[in-house]
Design a protein around this ligand. Structure first.
Ligand code: CA
Length: 732
């Protein structure tokens, strides 16, 4: 009763005093009113932003509160105040609190969305950003870099925020140490929900970075605890620790394709974190570099990542390393950690001519390694005599790394199962829906299409994400218009058809995967005879412009023929600044193509960028292809990502690569591909297969393949596996 009485009386007071009723402060409706309110704000004041869309609004929130009486910037109703278009927030001063802001539908005009400084001189100290949301707020230019949050100054707290869908280059949250006033900062980052972060395919896709190599030997003293990282796959560093004396504890990493990396700086504590890979590809744990690092009581389960994405990675260093390379691991420790069904523990990882300094005075003790599928999970790349192993346990059936420091026991993994303290429920905000960004084919309705002119164009124009366009009758479907795809779609032949329906088209390309689009095709014959008689046609192309959304292309049981009305007719044509999570062709036939089937070589800057992560070609048959069947390129020596990855199985190639415009001079050309399995395939009358092995330790395996008299593999390096490959007289 009493509460009601006070509420009523204060409401009456507000009404009678002529102010707009608001949560707990004067309601601000536009940027001018906001600036006025900021100017007048005294300790204890609350500035409340009115519900609505704040478009192209750049907030500068400055002031001086006190520990007891901070100045607060809040919103009328959480979730109903959104900053869109070209908006951002800069804040500077003492004891400022910001809560409830949402940024979406746009991107920052500067290089940060939320900046805890006004400029280089005016920083935040003792400030807090809580319950804010940044949702898919990305610069449409994929490689224009920006940060979502830049933390400067000292003693700031960043907590209970929800950040999801960072897609352009640049880390999601950066703790900056670039001036003295930002070092030994004692920041606390806690209870944040870091949502889905798709593969960037380049360096600069870290979800959290603390420091840079430049200031890596200064203390940051940042505490990162109780955060939830959900599929943060931007690059192989989920977190890039680049300064000294930081603590990471009680964080959960759910299916993240990367590791918590102690990239630079010393005296890091990594304690009681939880890594759940659930058997997903490339999921990793913890990577140790530098001195006096302590990795204790962490729990890792179902991590499959290899090399720099192992469940536990201890790196080799560079003797007398410059700050931006790799310092030797010295005086470090990994103990009391649990590894359940983790596939790779990597010791002296990265060992090469440059990284020759092996770990020193380092202890690996009391760890438990359980794996019920894999006998040997340890890979040793160099001399491990500088690591002391003590009291580690592996389960029965596994091979211990060595006798000393390991014992074999019967382990019941259930007895060690631990639940993580940070969960989706106790992190982020409760009032904003969690978004699912994975491309879901066939999640929508079926839209029938008849064998009529432009029937697919019409059906797709009326489609929703995940819909299926079904070709319901045999015959020819002729498209006089190109089809722009802005969401995931499947196009398939009805199961009842006994032969493949035929799709012909007149424009220079049939399907255009624009930003947001993804395509799945099955059971269709594509014929290029009706196309414009000019060079450069394609059945499918990506956007000609930067694509901020990764796409998928899945083609099953389709045939492609007469793609030779003019030269350089491709099956898929990709453009620079586009990236496929996966491209799959299975059970397809390609007959007479004047250009390339898959030419994925448009990232030519040689900075480790490439056009597709996973490429799969299975049971495909290629005949009379003027260009390459596959040209897959990743240039430069950057090690931040681990693609492209190729599976090429049960294919036959006949007369491939002979067109004079085929610049690669190859039937298959792989440059800098990180993982390639080429197997059970036949090459007849083809230009050579060319390999260029670069970056780290690429794994290239060619097995059970036959090449005829013309067949040849040309490589810069012999460090690839050739098993049961024959070269002569295989024509039968
Ligand atoms: Ca990186």
């Amino acid at each position: 009763m009493r509460i009601l009485f006070f509420t009523l009386s204060s409401l009456l007071f507000i009404l009678f005093s002529g102010c707009t009723p608001a949560a707990d402060g004067p309601l601000v409706r536009d940027i001018n009113a906001f600036n006025e309110a900021v100017k007048k704000a005294q300790p204890g004041d609350k500035i409340v932003l009115a519900n609505g869309v704040w478009k192209d609004t750049e907030l500068v929130f400055t002031g001086k509160g006190t520990a007891e009486k901070p100045i607060t910037l809040s919103v009328e109703e959480k979730g109903k105040v959104t900053f869109e278009g070209q908006s951002n927030l800069r804040m500077a001063g003492e004891y400022l609190v910001v809560e409830g802001l949402v940024f979406k539908n746009g991107y920052t005009p500067t290089s940060e969305v939320i900046s805890l400084r006004r400029n280089k001189e005016h920083l935040c100290n003792n400030c807090r950003v809580t319950e804010c949301v940044i949702d898919d707020y990305n610069n449409p230019e994929r490689f224009d870099s920006d940060y979502w949050v830049g933390i400067y100054g000292k003693n700031n707290r960043f907590d209970h925020n929800y950040l999801v869908g960072k897609r352009n280059q640049g880390v999601t949250v950066a703790v900056r140490l670039n001036t003295e006033a930002s070092r030994e900062n004692n920041h606390r980052l806690d209870h944040n929900y870091f949502g889905y972060h798709p593969i960037l395919g380049s360096n600069g896709g870290e979800t959290l970075r603390i420091g840079t190599s430049h200031y890596s030997l200064t203390n940051s003293n940042t505490l990162v605890e109780d955060n939830y990282f959900d599929r943060c796959n931007g690059e192989h560093e989920i977190i890039s620790n680049k300064s000294c004396q930081n603590t990471f504890r009680n964080n959960t990493f759910f299916e993240c394709q990367g590791t918590l990396t102690m990239r630079h700086g010393n005296e890091t504590l990594v304690e009681n974190n939880y890594f759940y890979g659930n058997g997903k590809a490339n999921t990793g744990g913890i990577r140790i570099i530098n001195e006096s690092q302590k990795v204790i009581n962490n729990y890792c389960e179902g991590l499959t990542g290899y090399r720099f994405r192992g469940a536990l990675v201890i790196m080799n260093g560079v003797p007398n390393s410059p700050p931006n390379r790799y310092f030797q691991v010295i005086n470090s420790e990994a103990s009391n950690n649990i590894f359940i069904n983790c596939d790779h523990i990597q010791l002296c990882a990265g060992s090469d001519e440059e990284r020759s300094a092996t770990p020193k005075s380092t202890v690996v003790a009391n760890n438990l390694f359980y794996n019920d599928k894999k006998e040997n999970i340890f890979t040793v790349y160099d001399d491990i005599s500088g690591i002391t192993f003590k009291d580690n346990v592996v389960n029965e059936g596994m091979k211990p790394l060595q006798e000393e420091g390991f014992s074999i026991k019967t382990i019941d993994p259930k007895a060690y199962k631990k639940e993580a303290p940070a969960t989706p429920d106790n992190t982020g905000v409760s009032w904003y829906p969690r978004k699912e960004y994975e491309i879901r084919f066939r999640s929508g309705k079926v839209i029938p299409a008849r064998a009529e002119e432009n029937s697919l164009v019409e059906a797709i124009r009326n489609s929703q994400p995940g819909d299926i366009i079904e070709l319901t009758e045999a015959g020819t479907y002729h498209m006089t218009k190109g089809i722009d795809l802005y969401h995931p779609l499947s196009v398939r032949a009805a199961a009842s058809l006994s032969e493949k329906p035929v799709v012909t088209f007149a424009k220079t390309s049939l399907f255009n995967i624009e930003n947001g689009g993804a395509l799945e095709l099955s059971g269709i014959l594509f014929n290029g005879a009706e196309c414009d008689d000019k060079p450069g046609n394609a059945v499918i192309r990506t956007s000609r412009y930067s694509m901020i959304n990764n796409y998928k292309l899945m083609v099953r049981n389709c045939d492609f023929e007469d793609m030779d009305i003019n030269h350089s007719f491709d099956i898929l044509k990709v453009y620079k600044n586009t990236f496929a999570d996966s491209i799959l062709f299975t059970d397809c036939n390609f007959n007479t193509v004047s250009g390339n089937v898959l030419e994925l070589n448009k990232e030519t800057d040689d900075i480790g960028i490439y056009n597709a992560e996973d490429v799969v070609m299975e049971n495909c048959h290629f005949k009379e292809i003027g260009g390459t069947v596959l040209n897959l390129h990743r240039g430069g020596r950057d090690e931040s990502t681990f693609g492209p990855i190729l599976y090429f199985d049960r294919c036959s190639l006949e007369q491939v690569g002979h067109d004079k415009r085929n610049a690669s001079g190859a039937a298959i050309n792989l440059h800098g591909v990180q993982l390639a399995y080429i197997q059970n395939s036949l090459f007849e009358g083809c230009k050579p297969m060319k390999l260029f092995l670069a970056v780290g330790e690429p794994v290239i395996e060619i097995s059970d393949c036959k090449f005829d008299e013309q067949g040849e593999i040309i490589s810069n390096d012999e460090a690839f596996v050739k098993k049961n490959v024959t070269f002569l007289g295989t024509k039968e």
